[in-house]
Structures are given as structure tokens and as C-alpha cells.
Design a protein around this ligand. Structure first.
Ligand SMILES: O=C(O)CCC(=O)C(=O)O
Length: 299
């Protein structure tokens, strides 16, 4: 496991910022202790136990994989954690909004993978650098558990063609995969301990392998933008303020959740999912649910 980076009072140093812009990613950054990460994991697993069989308007998996921060206070707290925001501020500046946040969970001994892709391909935000993903490890992300793999410097490419494979074992919406041969030797394994994060640019080629370990692999991916970002495909777009001010007003602000799966938040969640699906589904010929390929444990 690589040693966590030495931050400057919780902020990225100039050297770390340069490394992000040169490589398209940065890791591992220790945000919280393993014990605190374990508490957050326990909170999530309590929700999974309590809500799996209830009559939520949509399957629990939909909320875990789409704007979890809007309907789960635990996810909003994590997405607005000042320690994560301090690191993200080093990349995007002082005004930060949360565009989206989702749990990526791979159950032990399962075949699910994430095909190599560039995030920005389907977001409708163009090829902007005014976004970054912080991926928080809530369990060990190792080669065995299916940690992410990043291709150094690949964020300097434009959005490349992707193929929709609709593979049952690919956790992405269309089973999408970049139409570029990525050699194993070009991949950096992003191994993280619970409580650590990685940062990655939305053009960075990345994916992840299956979980052959005995534990769940639980990651929480938070997509941050700054006010320079623009939605170019959907009629309108939404974001939650995290820090500073929104100087552009280009995004409809969404409130932090007042409680777990509160009625108003569920209604807004539905509205946002409908709008963002337009961007995600642009050009999609085949009707497909947005989040497929998950086991019953993720439902
Ligand atoms: O969690 C994974 O394995 C993949 C996550 C991912 O593709 C992302 O956060 O952009």
C-alpha cells in the first residue's frame, strides 16, 4: 500500500496540485481515520438492512447509485466533509458544488467490474476541467477487492469513442467501455485504505476489476464542480452547494436532506434523475435502466 500524501495543514501542496494536473489523478489522501470510516460504513450498512425491503418509490440501489447525498444525510455529511473539501479546493478553487454522489459497492467474490471509461463522456458537461471526483474508501480498496485503475496522463485526451457493451457484469449504466486498447502496464492501481481518498479528472481513463476478496469493496464517489462548469445537453442541471458561493447561477441549488428518504427529497431526486438521464442517455438507441448489473445485495 502506498503511504498517504503529506498535506499542508489539510490542503494540497503546490507539488501535489501539479502532480494532479500532470497525471490526471492523485492519491492516497488520508481524510479520516479507519475507525471513522468504519462508523460511516456501519451507518450505510444499517440503512441497507433497514430499507432494503421497504416500499421506497425506487429500489434502494437507485438511491445509492444516484445522488445519494440528496436523500441520505450520511452521504451529504461525507460529501460536505471539510477535510475532503480542503483537498478538492486545491484543484477547483474555493467555490465548490456537489454535482452527484454515488456508492460503488462490489460484494465479496463477485464478477462485477467497471469497464475502462472517461466519466465526462456521459455527463453533458463537455470536456471541462472544472470538475473532479473524490472517491472515498469505506473498506479496503486493493487489487484483490477490485480497486480502480487509472491511466496516467490520459486526461489530456479529448472524450474518446466509447462502446456500449450492456454487459451484465459492468456496473456502468450502459456497460460502456472506451474504444481504446489500454495495456495493463499503463494502469496504476489505486489501492486505498478505509478513510483515504483518491482524486481523478473526468477525462482520465479508468476502470476496476472484480472483487475476489472476502470483504465488500465500498467506495463513495463524489463529483464536485465549480461555478465555471456548464450543463450542455440537459435543459437544466442541479447541484448542492458545498463551500463558497455560486457566482454563475447556472445550476439549480438542491438542499441538504432533512432526514433519511424524506418525501420532498425523494420527489426532487426523481426530478433530477429524469433531467440528468437526458444527458446520460443522449444518443442511446436501446432502452435500458440507468444502473444495471448489480446483485440482489445491492438492490
Ligand atoms: O468504483 C469503481 O470501481 C469505479 C468508480 C468510477 O468509475 C468513478 O468513480 O468514476
Amino acid at each position: 500500500m502506498p503511504q498517504p500524501l503529506s498535506l499542508d495543514h489539510g490542503h494540497l501542496t503546490a507539488d501535489q496540485r501539479n502532480r494532479y494536473w500532470s497525471d490526471g489523478f492523485l492519491f492516497p489522501i488520508q481524510i479520516m481515520s479507519p475507525e471513522e470510516a468504519a462508523e460511516t460504513r456501519a451507518g450505510l450498512e444499517q440503512i441497507e438492512r433497514d430499507w432494503l425491503a421497504t416500499d421506497l418509490p425506487k429500489p434502494l440501489m437507485t438511491y445509492k447509485r444516484n445522488h445519494a447525498h440528496m436523500v441520505m444525510p450520511l452521504a451529504a455529511k461525507l460529501a460536505r466533509d471539510p477535510r475532503i473539501l480542503n483537498a478538492v479546493q486545491g484543484i477547483l478553487g474555493p467555490d465548490l458544488m456537489i454535482w452527484s454522489a454515488e456508492f460503488f459497492i462490489k460484494e465479496p467474490h463477485t464478477k462485477h467490474v467497471v469497464g475502462m471509461h472517461q466519466d465526462l463522456t456521459y455527463w453533458g458537461l463537455g470536456e471541462t476541467s472544472d470538475q473532479v471526483t473524490a472517491w472515498v474508501a469505506l473498506s479496503p480498496a486493493t487489487i484483490d477487492s477490485g480497486c480502480m485503475d487509472f491511466v496516467k496522463g490520459s486526461h489530456k485526451n479529448p472524450i474518446m469513442p466509447h462502446n456500449d457493451t450492456f454487459s451484465e457484469t459492468n456496473l456502468l449504466s450502459r456497460g460502456q467501455e472506451i474504444a481504446v486498447d489500454v495495456r495493463d502496464e499503463d494502469k496504476t492501481h489505486i489501492e486505498l485504505q478505509p478513510g483515504q481518498i483518491s482524486l481523478h479528472h473526468g477525462l482520465t481513463f479508468h476502470g476496476s476489476g472484480p472483487n475476489i476478496s472476502d470483504d465488500r469493496r465500498i467506495g463513495f464517489a463524489i463529483r464536485y464542480i465549480n461555478p465555471n462548469a456548464r450543463q450542455e445537453v440537459a435543459d437544466r442541471d442541479y447541484a448542492m452547494m458545498a463551500r463558497g458561493t455560486d457566482t454563475s447561477g447556472a445550476f439549480v441549488h438542491v438542499p441538504t436532506p432533512t432526514g433519511l428518504f424524506a418525501t420532498e427529497a425523494l420527489a426532487l431526486h426523481h426530478e433530477i434523475q429524469t433531467e440528468q438521464t437526458k444527458a446520460l442517455a443522449e444518443g442511446l438507441k436501446k432502452d435500458v435502466s440507468l444502473y444495471q448489473g448489480l446483485t440482489a445485495a445491492n438492490d
